[in-house]
Design a protein around this ligand. Structure first.
Ligand SMILES: Cc1ncc(COP(=O)(O)O)c(C=O)c1O
Length: 441
């Protein structure tokens, strides 16, 4: 045994490598480490929901106890998971098409519904066409590995989603990274590329999944043009949420029609599962044959697609409840800031509460949930350990009462664990909403 990993209990210590041991050696080691670790570090992961992911839901803890929580940990920002029109369309499609597809898209896996959804997504982004994938992760992996290969270079924001980096690795292209949202650094990286380096792709999240902040897309469009690079955005957390009418990052930055490749997931505001890529008709045609996660993977079930068609109709008409979402984001963010929490630079439905100490984070996160406030615990490898955090995700159906209850519990526990200074001040939570202006048409 190399070191006594049980003392450390960091997930990265068990990642494969070396060839010194049987490949199952690390499995036994992590088992031992998990048994030895303090319960508080683990019991918040894998909690079971006993109902739909709405603003208030019953959950079952690892010890079998169940209780109600205020949901601040779902990416179903617009609560479309339970929207009556969405659910009704899905049920109708289940009766007509059955619950699964039984084939990949290019064989027997495409229905008229699949095509209708692709057309709606293209309409949203004002592109010629779109293609849907089994999930967002496979969309990123499939698109990037289809477009790039050895000899190409992909230039990534340091905080891009893991699936983007995995797509880059699979592609065999050279991977370069620029400092998070730092356009000076991006330009420096681009300037240093040899003139002979022709295949260039810049990729950014539209809303960063762990920070909730957004990239200066207008500047990225300029830089891509100036340095002959293609530009791709991952709009997973932006679609339906940001931009004056909810069309995402390009709309927010006045860049509609200026992004070469727009990828997104159907799992956040769209509330189901799936991924997509919108762009030119020829790009989409190419991806149907060369994105291996499309070609070799079974397509989305028709009932899911039928629900998503209703979702995109609501988003296109800006009738998906975005104004209510932004009211809630503004209220909660203001409340958290007034309490003294470090919420980073968020401009979306994702609000980080940076804690910076894993032990403290685990106890804070668990006690929050036990007291009825469900949040997400985020640490390495999703973020650097010294920036570990609780992630709050807002929903449009959260009530004022629920947000006030959550803020009071957050204040109490924030003080208890030394995350915010005492005494907390919760007065005046409903003043002038600043963020709202940027995202309301
Ligand atoms: C920015 C981003 N891209 C891609 C994905 C992957 O999407 P999916 O969960 O649909 O596979 C996620 C999250 O899960 C994400 O946050």
């Amino acid at each position: 045994m190399k070191t006594d990993r049980r003392q450390e209990c960091h997930f990265e210590d068990f990642i494969a490598g070396g060839g010194e041991f049987d490949i199952f050696h690390k499995i036994a080691e992590i088992d031992a480490a998990l048994w030895a670790s303090p319960q508080a570090c683990l019991d918040g992961l894998g909690v079971q929901l006993l109902g739909a992911a709405t603003h208030s839901v019953e959950v079952k803890e690892a010890d079998g106890q169940s209780h109600n929580v205020i949901m601040l940990g779902s990416n179903s920002y617009l609560s479309l998971t339970t929207h009556p029109a969405v659910v009704a369309a899905s049920k109708r499609a289940c009766d007509k098409y059955g619950y699964g597809m039984g084939a990949v898209s290019l064989y027997a896996g495409t229905t008229d519904l699949h095509r209708e959804l692709e057309v709606l997504i293209a309409q949203l982004y004002e592109t010629e066409d779109a293609i849907i994938f089994p999930c967002g992760y496979s969309a990123n992996v499939g698109v990037i590995s289809a477009l790039c290969g050895p000899g190409d270079v992909v230039i990534n924001d340091a905080a891009n989603h893991a699936s983007i980096f995995d797509g880059c690795r699979l592609s065999g292209a050279e991977i370069k990274v620029f400092l998070h949202r730092n356009m000076k650094h991006l330009e420096k990286v681009l300037k240093r590329l040899p003139a002979s380096q022709m295949g260039r792709l810049i990729i950014t999240d539209g809303v960063f999944s762990m920070d909730g902040d957004v990239p200066p897309l207008d500047r990225m469009v300029e830089l891509a043009k100036e340095y002959d690079a293609r530009l791709m955005i991952d709009d997973a957390h932006a679609v339906g949420v940001t931009g004056a009418t909810g069309k995402g990052t390009a709309e927010q930055f006045g860049c509609v029609g200026k992004v070469d490749v727009t990828m997104g997931t159907l799992s956040k505001a769209p509330a189901a599962i799936g991924g997509y890529c919108a762009g030119s008709a020829s790009l989409v045609r190419y991806l149907r044959y060369y994105a291996r996660t499309y070609f070799f993977s079974t397509s989305l079930p028709a009932p899911v697609v039928a629900g998503l068609i209703e979702v995109f109709k609501l988003i296109l008409a800006d009738r998906a409840g975005r104004a209510e979402l932004w009211n809630n984001i503004t209220y909660m963010l203001k409340g958290l800031k007034e309490l003294g929490f470090d919420t980073g630079d968020t401009a979306s439905a994702i609000i980080p509460i940076i804690v910076g100490d894993e032990e403290k984070l685990a106890r804070f996160h668990n006690e929050l949930r036990r007291r009825g406030v469900f949040t997400n615990l985020v640490t390495y490898p999703a973020v650097r350990r010294k920036e570990c955090r609780v992630r709050v995700s807002m929903m449009n159906t959260l009530t004022r009462d629920e947000m006030d209850v959550a803020l009071n519990i957050l204040a109490e526990l924030g003080e208890k664990y030394g995350i915010i200074p005492a005494p907390a001040n919760t007065a005046g939570l409903s003043d002038e909403p600043e963020l709202l202006k940027a995202n309301v048409g």
